[in-house]
Design a protein around this ligand. Structure first.
Ligand code: HEC
Length: 121
């Protein structure tokens, strides 16, 4: 009898954790992060315009950094400063300044765009 109770308890715990997982997958299908064949205009610009342009466009240019056009952006993409700042790596100023870090998926998209050659596409 005691054994049966332990077995059903284990079963219930197992079910609870796996059922919870299923529900999470159904509720948040968008958690999947598409990060292949990144496009500068479709994938990168929306992230930067939402989070960065306010401090880094041609007029404001905090820290001398401009990210609101391709030519200026790739200067800091090629030298690693952009990734250092958004991934909050030691030795870089964490960006966006005074705001929560970008979503993991957004950071991965920018990293992948650079790894794929930082194309102007
Ligand atoms: C509220 C204003 C503000 C926002 C928003 C902001 N920045 Fe900055 N950023 C600054 C300032 C000020 C500096 C220069 C001072 C410093 O390095 O801390 C800077 C510096 C940087 C640097 C140079 C970092 C270094 O270590 O040399 C990069 C790259 C950068 N920002 C990129 C971004 C990106 C990408 C975003 C959006 C994800 C962003 N910033 C959002 C204000 C901002």
């Amino acid at each position: 009898m005691k054994e049966l109770r332990i077995i059903s308890l284990i079963f219930i715990i197992f079910c609870l954790t796996s059922c919870y997982y299923d529900v999470e997958e159904v509720l948040y299908p968008s958690q999947e992060c598409k990060k292949e064949n990144m496009s500068y205009s479709n994938d990168i610009v929306p992230i930067l315009s939402d989070n960065c342009y306010v401090c880094h466009d041609k007029n404001v240019r905090f820290g001398g950094i401009v990210v609101d056009n391709y030519q200026d952006l790739i200067l800091n993409a090629d030298n690693g400063v952009l990734i250092g700042a958004i991934s909050h790596s030691a030795g870089y100023s964490p960006m966006p300044q005074n705001s929560p870090q970008l979503l993991d998926c957004e950071i991965q998209k920018i990293e992948m765009w650079i790894m794929e050659g930082a194309k102007n596409n």
